[in-house]
Design a protein around this ligand. Structure first.
Ligand code: T46
Length: 176
C-alpha cells in the first residue's frame, strides 16, 4: 500500500463557462424590494449543482437561519407577511405558484398582485421585503421542496410572521 499525502490532491476545477451564477429577471410592474433572480444549474454525469445565494457578485446580508420546507401536492401555505425580515426563497424543484400581494399603502404597487410559477421549470431566488403578503401552492402531483434563507433568525419568543387564512376574502387571489 502506498502512502497518501495532502500533496497528492489537485486543485479544484471551477466551471469553465461564462454563465452567471444568478441573473436578475425583470418584472413588468415590479414591486419595490421584490427581486427575482434566475438560478443557474450545472450538471455532470454525477448530478447537478445550483448556487442558491452568493456574495461573489455583490455584498449580501448573510443568511443567519436557513431552512427547507416541503410542500405536499396541492398544499397551500398562505397568507403571511413579515415586519422586519426579508425572505429569500430558492425554488429549484416541483411545480409551485408563489403569489405576492402588496399591502404597503405607500407603495406604487399597493394592492397589486404578482404571480410567479416557479420550480423545476423556472428555478429562481425570490426576495420578498417586509409587509409584502405572500403565499405558495404546490400545483404539481408530487411533493416539492424549497429553501428559505431569510435575513433574520426565526425567534420562537417573537416570531416575525403575521397570518391570515389562505381563503381570506380580502386578498384578490383564490388558490384552487
Ligand atoms: C422556520 C421555522 C418555523 N417554525 C414553526 C412556525 C410554524 O408554526 C411552523 C411552520 O412554519 P413555516 O414557516 O414552515 O410555515 P409557513 O408559515 O407556512 O411558511 C412557509 O410558507 C410561506 C409561504 C413562506 O414564505 C415561508 O418562507 C415558509 O416557511 O414551524 C419554527 O418553530 N421554527 C422555525 O425555524
Amino acid at each position: 500500500m502506498g502512502t497518501l499525502s495532502l500533496e497528492d490532491f489537485v486543485d479544484d476545477q471551477p466551471w469553465g463557462d461564462d454563465l452567471p451564477l444568478l441573473e436578475d429577471i425583470p418584472s413588468e410592474n415590479p414591486m419595490p424590494g421584490v427581486r427575482i433572480q434566475r438560478l443557474v444549474t450545472r450538471g455532470d454525469k454525477r448530478g447537478e449543482l445550483t448556487v442558491l445565494m452568493s456574495a461573489l457578485l455583490e455584498p449580501i446580508a448573510p443568511p443567519p437561519h436557513v431552512y427547507q420546507v416541503s410542500a405536499e401536492a396541492g398544499s397551500i401555505r398562505a397568507w403571511v407577511y413579515h415586519k422586519r425580515q426579508f425572505d429569500r426563497l430558492a425554488y429549484t424543484n416541483g411545480d409551485l405558484r408563489a403569489v405576492l400581494y402588496d399591502l404597503r399603502e405607500d407603495s406604487p404597487t399597493y394592492e397589486k398582485l404578482e404571480i410567479l410559477d416557479v420550480g423545476a421549470a423556472n428555478k429562481i431566488l425570490l426576495t420578498i421585503p417586509p409587509y409584502v403578503v405572500h403565499g405558495i401552492q404546490n400545483r404539481g402531483k408530487s411533493t416539492a421542496t424549497f429553501i428559505n434563507m431569510p435575513t433574520a433568525v426565526y425567534d420562537p419568543k417573537h416570531p416575525d410572521k403575521s397570518r391570515i387564512p389562505f381563503d381570506h376574502p380580502g386578498v384578490p387571489y383564490k388558490f384552487e
